[in-house]
Write a protein that binds this ligand. Structure first.
Ligand code: PMP
Length: 440
């Protein structure tokens, strides 16, 4: 019988009981609640690990949902942030550093001419959609099923695939992710499956002339890293051109992570607008909307309104300047990709030795793991797949102090600090977690 060592969460559990008196679910974001006796409270992070308030040290493959690309508390980025702190925070005026960061983004990502900053991925995508609507004078938009673009109302539509059967003609019903979203807004949102060219052409035929934008994450960072084929992204580009629709590539998770030029550069496709966030500042809150000049100049008085008190805050901006410099000028991304490859190959060895069929999606720096011979290539197939083995294994991994998202839709994120010690601790724990899962 394989036994997991006990993980002591006495202090975390006690803290939860106090926190829940004051904070809904005892947390600051609903997704951080993992159960009354499994919710973790972090003390601090360093490199590829964090420590909880009980003193347990975890290897972390969530990395705050991706931002900590260089590892937690990176001395280079933190020193830059401190310089940003010393100049004073917010002025409701611009600083010289904005141009330096915008230059860096435009030099790294092909086809990007101008940049506006935001504070979060949600704000950036919300701004991008507003920009597209203002530029085209149209209101509706197209989303890919299984994507997540943030918490704002327009982004929170999904398809209900509970009753959907493969091969059937029925298109699933569109439903909102959350209560509190006006149902009247549904009429503006159209959804289509990833990697289905016929359905994409059909939706453009039916609605193309009223679409302001099509939004796509070519690697779905919130659906197991399901990836668009290059043909699909190129078809999206050409249909957008044909119907006068703006293509928005949401690089909030992929930007400055899967390649210097983002996932769009891997497909050789230039969108009209791209949104960036997470990896650009190693965890400091900043995001960017970038795009081609004619579109971006719609951000003007009398055009698309955009702003915000904390936009281009001096701390986040200084952190972004240094983080992007590192990602651009050092081999960090190649190192991260090689760590990801090593982890995938270690996982594969363990699973193959036990005869467990599996596959990977996404990119080596953010990958999904499936217990099936082929990874799904769209949300409907993921929904119909069996992810119980993953869920049980993730539960055991947490007990063994390896953190991946309990929900298999979140990819495993790799950082520059996931060194050989992290890898060997992880693989040791994975062997035990897999055996415990098989025994259940
Ligand atoms: N777009 C994508 C692709 C994302 O993954 C996320 C967040 N996970 C967002 C937008 C929203 O970003 P934020 O949480 O910073 O608002």
């Amino acid at each position: 019988m394989t036994k997991a060592p006990p993980r002591d969460l006495t202090r975390s559990n006690a803290h939860y009981r106090r926190a829940v008196q004051r904070l809904p679910l005892g947390v600051a974001s609903t997704f951080r609640y993992w159960g009354d006796d499994r919710t973790i409270y972090v003390d601090h992070g360093k490199g590829g690990r964090f420590w909880d308030i009980d003193g347990n040290a975890y290897v972390d493959y969530r990395l705050g949902y991706g931002p900590a690309i260089l590892g937690y508390a990176d001395a280079r980025v933190d020193a830059a942030a401190m310089r940003g702190m010393n100049v004073g925070g917010v002025f409701a005026l611009s600083t010289e550093r904005e141009l330096a960061v915008a230059d860096r983004i435009c030099n790294m990502v092909p086809g990007m001419d101008l940049v506006r900053f935001s504070n979060s991925g949600t704000e950036a995508v919300m701004g991008a959609l507003r920009l597209a609507r203002a530029h085209t004078g149209r209101e509706s938009y197209l989303l890919i099923e299984g994507s997540y673009h943030g918490l704002f109302d327009a982004a929170m539509w999904m398809v209900n695939v509970e009753d959907w059967q493969p091969g059937g003609n029925l298109d699933p019903e569109v439903v909102s992710y959350s209560k509190g979203i006006p149902q009247d807004l549904k009429a503006l949102a159209h959804l289509t499956p990833m990697n289905d060219p016929q359905k994409l052409e059909d939706v453009f035929k039916r609605h193309g002339s009223s679409l302001a934008a099509m939004l796509i994450e070519p690697i779905q960072g919130n659906c197991c890293g399901i990836s668009a084929t290059t043909e699909f992204v190129r078809l999206a580009r050409s249909l957008c051109d044909q119907y006068g629709v703006l293509l928005i590539i949401d690089e909030v998770k992929t930007g400055f992570r899967v390649a210097k030029g983002g996932v769009q550069s891997l497909h050789g496709v230039v969108p009209d607008i791209a949104t960036f966030a997470k990896a650009m500042a190693n965890g400091y809150p900043i995001a960017a909307i970038a795009g081609r000049e004619e579109v971006m100049r719609t951000f003007r008085y009398g055009g698309a309104a955009h702003g915000g008190t904390y936009t281009a805050h001096s701390v986040s901006l200084a952190a972004a300047e240094e983080c992007l410099r590192i990602l651009d000028e050092t081999p960090a991304l190649a190192t991260i990709a090689s760590y990801g490859e090593a982890l995938k190959s270690g996982l594969s060895d363990i699973l193959t030795r036990r005869g467990i069929v599996h596959s990977f999606t996404g990119h080596s720096s953010m990958f999904g793991l499936f217990f099936a011979p082929h990874a799904p290539d769209n949300y409907r197939d993921w929904k119909l797949s069996d992810y119980t083995f993953y869920d049980t294994m993730a539960h055991h991994l947490h007990d063994l102090c390896i953190i991946c998202e309990p929900d298999s839709r979140e990819p495993w994120f790799i950082c520059e600090a996931h060194d050989a010690a992290c890898l060997s601790d992880t693989l040791k724990a994975v062997e035990t977690a897999v055996d415990l899962t098989l025994e259940q």
